[in-house]
Design a protein around this ligand. Structure first.
Ligand SMILES: [Zn+2]
Ligand SMILES: [Zn+2]
Length: 398
């Protein structure tokens, strides 16, 4: 008898080939035309799947199982980043200025592998499995939001899951946690408006660079002095642009940054906490300001029972030595859009190893994955497809 393990091992070469093809041909969010064409063509080779294009650059494959059960959504994101690749291996990006620097090439290959396994044996699947190859995770407002709001993708979906490879975890390690897993990534824009003049006569000016620097420093007090230590909040000013030359004090300084929270109430208060600091500092120095705030993806909160099922699946599939409870992260994810509509949980699979030189951080020009993690991803999502589509509780027949 062929076990799932054998079936996944026989897919190994194919998983690597898919991933390397995608790695060589990266496309950034909303431009994934060749990627979606490739995914669609591969899915059309698999019998029993209904394949469609919900949007121009996303692909959906639906498998109706042979027994009654739930409808499960499995999600892989397919977009690349505007990064110039610095890796030198043969399958490095062939497209200047674009790179799979977050591992979405791996996610796409994994979900193709799951589609292949399910399509070979549809009778073993209860319910229905929808596999969405989602565009534009890296670019707000995000492909997930578009699919949820503007297509019928989530109609009738009972449960949802998906994974992210993680270079900071050892290859093959699976981590999941119930509850708050990933933060809401919101954005702040501040223009400090001073009064320009000669660099030799600052007393005749209102120097927006000096005031902007004070704003940056004082914003750190929002975190340390206005928010309880256990309420996670990160404020990082990541952009500070001002001036044209060495002897002119400019009129304005433009600052941007990211604000990360889990708690909805703290998230709601954050703009006022930040603007109060900007107002105070600029007023004290005779400057003024413009303030803008954009709410990004929602925080990603895993449903407890789905996280518990994924934990059990991991213990059975990869074993207790390759499983850990996940730590919450301040990173953001548009997977949260699906969780607004159905219970579900998101988990990570480690992809870091010294042999593959794959411990570089995500979005780094040297980022890559240990391809052994592709098999772990397939085994996890395949087992999840069989388990989560079962009757409520997933224990039917026992
Ligand atoms: Zn990313
Ligand atoms: Zn990513």
């Amino acid at each position: 008898m062929t076990t799932t393990q054998d079936r996944v091992e026989s897919l190994r070469g194919q998983l690597v080939a898919w991933r390397r093809h995608l790695h060589m041909n990266p496309e950034v969010g909303f431009h994934e035309h060749d990627t979606a064409d490739f995914v669609e063509a591969e899915l059309r080779k698999m019998p029993g799947l209904t394949v469609s294009r919900p949007t121009a650059t996303s692909v959906l494959a639906v498998l109706k199982g042979g027994k009654p059960g739930r409808t499960l959504l499995l999600r892989a994101d397919i977009d690349a980043l505007p990064v110039e690749e610095e890796n030198t291996f043969e399958f490095r990006s062939q497209r200047p200025g674009a790179m799979h620097a977050c591992g979405h090439d791996g996610h796409t290959a994994i979900l193709l592998g799951v589609a292949r396994l399910l399509s070979e044996n549809p009778g073993e699947v209860p319910g229905e499995v929808r596999m969405i190859f989602q565009h534009a995770e890296e670019i707000g407002p995000g492909g997930a939001e578009e699919l949820v709001m503007e297509t019928g993708l989530m109609d009738g979906v009972d449960v949802v899951t998906g994974l992210h490879l993680n270079s900071q975890l050892p290859a093959g390690m699976v981590v999941v946690k119930p509850g708050a897993f990933m933060a809401a990534p919101d954005t702040v824009h501040i223009t400090v408006k001073g009064k320009g003049g000669h660099g030799a006569h600052p007393e005749q000016t209102v120097d927006p660079i000096a005031v902007g620097a004070q704003v940056v420093t004082n914003l750190q007090h929002v975190v340390s002095r206005h928010v309880a230590a256990l309420d996670a909040l990160v404020v990082s000013i990541t952009y500070f642009q001002s001036g044209t030359t060495h002897n002119v004090i400019p009129d304005t300084a433009v600052l941007m940054g990211t604000v990360r929270t889990f708690d909805p109430e703290l998230r709601r208060r954050a703009p006022e906490l930040i603007e109060r600091v900007v107002r105070g500092v600029t007023e004290a120095h005779g400057a003024s300001y413009d303030f803008g705030y954009e709410f990004g993806y929602r925080p990603l909160i895993n449903t407890d029972w789905v996280a518990a099922q994924l934990r059990e699946i991991a213990l059975e599939t990869v074993g207790p030595e390759h499983f850990q409870e996940a730590q919450p992260t301040m990173g953001g994810e548009d997977f949260s859009a699906y969780l607004e509509k159905a219970p579900g949980a998101y988990f990570n699979v480690g992809s870091g190893s010294d042999e593959a030189d794959s411990r570089w951080p995500h979005h780094h020009p040297r980022f890559t994955i240990d391809e052994a993690s592709l098999e772990t991803g397939v085994r996890m999502l395949h087992a999840a497809a069989l388990r989560l589509t079962g009757e409520p509780g997933g224990q039917s027949g026992s």
